[in-house]
Design a protein around this ligand. Structure first.
Ligand SMILES: Cc1ncc(C[n+]2csc(CCOP(=O)(O)OP(=O)(O)O)c2C)c(N)n1
Ligand code: SF4
Ligand SMILES: [Mg+2]
Length: 295
């Protein structure tokens, strides 16, 4: 055990008592890898608030990430957490959920991980209404690997692999999730901390495929390359350009490089989950020969 000077010991003890995020983090993994003014930590703060407010038993919650700067979240959270391979957080989480349906399984990953290499898994989990809460930190880039173009990069934005500006049509993630059948779809930014925490709290309670997009700055690789300032400048941009529009048609919420940002809860509906549909189907077709699967 490291013997700390008294002042440092007092500081650590005080941080433990005054900072409500601390108990949710694996202290032995701190300091984290994130750059100054990166937004991922803010989303984690919102998530810990949602966990606290939900009053849920933390032993019944598991978190799964893929690879990327956002993918590190699972490793830092003091929950049952799984840092899986790139693009495979959703299938891993699906297996976890189906093996133990009583668990609340949260997928927490980046836009590249979930919607580029993991795009097919995303679509099919939403289509099947797999009971997962998916939090996508969308920073419009592949942060961890050096700022390559992602399926979320707005047209015109410069990236290491698009030095003269992106010309590929980006995905509108809420529309994709909605069209595939997600039962809850919301978008907030890291400026909207209360709303983001509330969406996460609602998502934890909702049954079925929940999709929460959290727009978040990557000052090191996206903002700087595009001369958008640092994380604080991006927060000002989120503040000035966001329009709250609950129930907005998701077709209308596509993002552009410097346009308005529609945020809000867009979808909240009910649909049988994959497991409920399977149990209903086999009960109807096989009758008493079938025992309901509960894990
Ligand atoms: C199979 C595979 N392909 C590529 C990579 C390299 N890789 C690691 S993270 C990443 C992109 C991460 O982008 P995103 O998911 O948006 O996360 P961010 O770092 O922006 O939070 C890539 C391409 C990998 N680890 N594994
Ligand atoms: S590279 Fe970007 S996304 Fe990754 S930690 Fe740094 S600021 Fe955050
Ligand atoms: Mg990203």
């Amino acid at each position: 055990m490291t013997i700390l000077p008294n002042a440092a010991q007092t500081l650590l003890r005080d941080i433990d008592t005054i900072n409500p995020v601390m108990p949710f983090l694996r202290q032995e993994r701190i300091p984290h890898i994130w750059c100054p003014s990166c937004g991922i930590g803010t989303t984690v703060n919102c998530f810990t608030r949602a966990l606290t407010e939900s009053g849920m038993d933390l032993d019944q919650i598991a978190i799964v990430s893929g690879i990327g700067c956002t993918g590190r979240v699972a490793g830092y959270m003091n929950l049952d957490s799984f840092h899986t391979t790139h693009g495979r957080a959703i299938p891993f989480a699906t297996g976890l959920k189906l093996a133990n349906p009583k668990l609340k399984v949260v997928v927490y990953s980046g836009d590249g991980d979930l919607t580029a290499i993991g795009g097919n898994h995303f679509m099919h989990a939403a289509r099947r209404n797999m009971d997962l809460m998916v939090v996508c930190v969308n920073n419009f880039t592949y942060g961890m690997t050096g700022g390559q173009v992602a399926p979320t990069t707005p047209i015109g934005a410069k990236q290491t692999t698009m030095p003269f500006g992106n010309y590929e049509q980006p995905l509108n993630l809420p529309f994709l999730a909605d069209a595939c059948g997600a039962v809850y779809v919301a978008r907030w930014t890291v400026f909207h901390v209360r709303q983001l925490a509330k969406a996460m709290q609602e998502g934890l309670k909702k049954k079925g495929f929940v999709f929460i997009e959290a727009l978040s700055p990557c000052p090191t690789l996206y903002s700087r390359r595009n001369k958008r300032g640092d994380g604080i400048d991006e927060l000002k941009n989120y503040k000035q350009n966001s329009i709250v529009k609950h129930g907005a048609d998701t077709k209308e919420v596509a993002l552009t490089f410097d346009g308005k940002i529609v945020v809000g809860k867009f979808v909240d509906r009910e649909r049988p989950t994959w497991l409920d549909a399977m149990n209903d189907h086999f009960t109807q077709t096989l009758g008493s020969k079938y025992s309901t699967y509960e894990g």
